[in-house]
Design a protein around this ligand. Structure first.
Ligand SMILES: Nc1ncnc2c1ncn2[C@@H]1O[C@H](COP(=O)(O)OP(=O)(O)O)[C@@H](O)[C@H]1O
Ligand SMILES: [Mg+2]
Length: 341
């Protein structure tokens, strides 16, 4: 478990004072994949670097498995770092060493014997699917393969925490998918707690259990991934979500919709079990109104279904209002106009 308690990090130079991390309090539960999302400069990398004391907090406490890490001795700190693996956007491999040499490096540093090194490197190569690349050099590998080496190296010393700084940001979408799958395997098969940072919501949606949204050094929203998607509170979060749901209507499309559908346009958000209910036909029977379905999409989130429908409702104004009030008890109702623009 990783806990941040009122943690701040201030960088001071002659000209500038930057509060990169500002009073952050959050908990990463053991066994979770915890995501931190935010735009560039939000303070994500600094927050992550506080976990393995690559940065020391200016204020507050970072507690890992009930140990406050800033009070550790040099020896304890070395031990702690061995239990925290880290991977990077640009892989940070040693170009002069082979794949084998890269993965062996932290093991040698930890004083493992030649035999132990060989056994562990072989095991890790198998785990990341690069058995045939042991003698290759990084420059002979694709981006995805390089990140696999990065992961194997980070896991060589059997850490219980893996921290990932934009680990898929330099990769194409397909390779990103493969690396995210591998991270999920790391989490599930090796029981490793993962804290990752990203500026891409699809990364959060694919593999994270919980998420924090960061802006200007502070956490502006935090919760389970499902809750965040279901009830986003801030505009920043809504913007991140819109990108992945591909649901935001362009002004042109919205204008065309209005011109073509004179009735009331609403977006209905269905979550979890409600997606299996014939809500619309029930309401058409209960109230004297008609639904005209214009657009629909469905997504999977944390094993739950999450649907979105844009419908035109036709009928008497008062009857529509009565129906909407009642609908709101079942699904989330958003006025298309206000929400989208
Ligand atoms: N070592 C440093 N010295 C001075 N300022 C820094 C340093 N590291 C980060 N910053 C500043 O802290 C802020 C947050 O940076 P960072 O944590 O890298 O954000 P992110 O990873 O979200 O892009 C930025 O304004 C950045 O310029
Ligand atoms: Mg960063």
């Amino acid at each position: 478990m990783i806990t941040f308690q009122g943690v701040s990090k201030v960088f001071r130079s002659k000209e500038h004072i930057t509060k990169a991390v500002d009073q952050v309090t959050l908990t990463v539960n053991k066994g979770d994949i915890y995501g931190v999302i935010g735009f560039s400069g939000a303070g994500k990398s600094t927050l992550l670097r506080l976990v393995n004391l690559l940065e020391t907090p200016t204020e507050g406490k970072v507690i890992i498995n009930s140990q406050e890490i800033s009070s550790l001795s040099q020896k304890e700190l070395r031990q702690l770092r061995r239990r925290i693996g880290m991977i990077f956007q640009n892989f940070n491999l040693f170009n002069s060493r082979t794949v084998y040499g890269n993965i062996a490096y932290p093991l040698k540093l930890a004083g493992a014997s030649k035999q132990e090194v060989k056994a562990r490197v072989t095991e890790m190569l198998q785990f990341v699917g690069l058995e045939d690349k042991a003698d290759h050099y990084p420059e002979q590998l694709s981006g995805g393969q390089k990140q696999r080496v990065g992961i194997a190296r980070a896991l060589a010393t059997s850490p219980d925490i893996l921290i990932c700084d934009e680990a898929t940001s330099a990769l194409d979408p397909e390779t990103t998918g493969e690396i995210l799958k591998l991270l999920k395997k790391v989490n599930e098969e090796l029981n490793i707690t993962i804290m990752l940072i990203t500026h891409e919501m699809h990364v959060i949606r694919s593999i994270c259990d919980r998420v924090a949204v960061m802006e200007n050094g502070t956490v502006i929203e935090e919760g389970s991934v499902f809750e965040l998607f279901a009830h986003p509170k801030t505009q920043t979060t809504k913007n991140f979500i819109n990108v992945v749901q591909n649901d935001k209507l362009s002004p042109k499309l919205l204008a065309l919709l209005r011109a073509n559908y004179p009735g009331q346009l609403v977006r209905l958000i269905f979550k979890g079990g409600v997606t299996g209910e014939p809500v619309l036909s029930q309401f058409a029977k209960l109230f004297n109104i008609d639904f005209n379905i214009i657009y629909g999409s469905i997504n999977e989130l944390q094993g739950q279904l999450f649907g979105s429908l844009i419908v035109e409702i036709k009928g008497d104004e008062q009857e529509i209002q009565r129906a909407l009030e009642s609908l709101k008890k079942k699904v989330e109702v958003r006025e298309v106009i206000n929400h989208e623009s």
